[in-house]
Design a protein around this ligand. Structure first.
Ligand SMILES: [Zn+2]
Length: 174
């Protein structure tokens, strides 16, 4: 862009000295020649200005894109920080009488690790995925915890009357 500005200034300066020459010159043929050169210089200057404007437009687009990207990344970072605080005291825990390993809050005074539980596989990848408790269906019996990220992370619960209320009961009473 700096180069284009220099070109534009050079063209305009050139045009100015030609115009001064025109005033001094009396020869018709020479006048026509100078006028043609003057026109050419002005066209050059115009082309340089257009190129500058085009570069400016591209830079403005790029600036707008970067501002948008920055806002999105800032939002994402805030969300990650909030999630991190929300689950700060979570630790790797066995629930469902030791059959499922999840990340859960420390047990409360009743010995209960309350949901939500986080998928251990996802957390190893730095992702906080809250597991969903699902009742079995006739076609697919057995209660389970389903990870919203991948069906491969599903934790099947052993047979028993599991509910979201009792599944996190710790084994402190044997
Ligand atoms: Zn998962």
């Amino acid at each position: 862009m700096l180069n284009e500005i220099q070109l534009a200034i050079a063209s305009i300066t050139g045009a100015k000295s030609i115009a001064e020459g025109l005033v001094a010159e009396r020869d018709t043929l020479k006048l026509t020649e100078l006028a043609t050169t003057l026109n050419a210089r002005l066209i050059d200057a115009q082309a340089s200005v257009l190129a500058i404007q085009r570069d400016q437009a591209l830079l403005n687009d790029e600036l707008a894109r970067l501002k948008k990207e920055n806002a999105e990344l800032t939002d994402r970072l805030k969300r990650v920080e909030r999630t991190g605080q929300q689950y700060a005291d979570y630790e790797l825990t066995s629930i469902a009488s030791g059959h499922c390993v999840v990340y859960a809050a420390k047990p409360d005074e009743t010995g209960m690790c309350k949901p939500p539980y986080l998928c251990a596989t996802c957390l190893q990848n730095g992702k906080h995925s809250a597991l969903n408790f699902e009742m079995g269906t006739q076609k697919d019996p057995g209660r389970r915890f389903v990870c919203p990220v991948s069906a491969a992370h599903t934790l099947k619960l052993p047979r028993g009357g599991w509910t979201l209320q009792n599944v996190g009961q710790t084994l402190k009473d044997g």
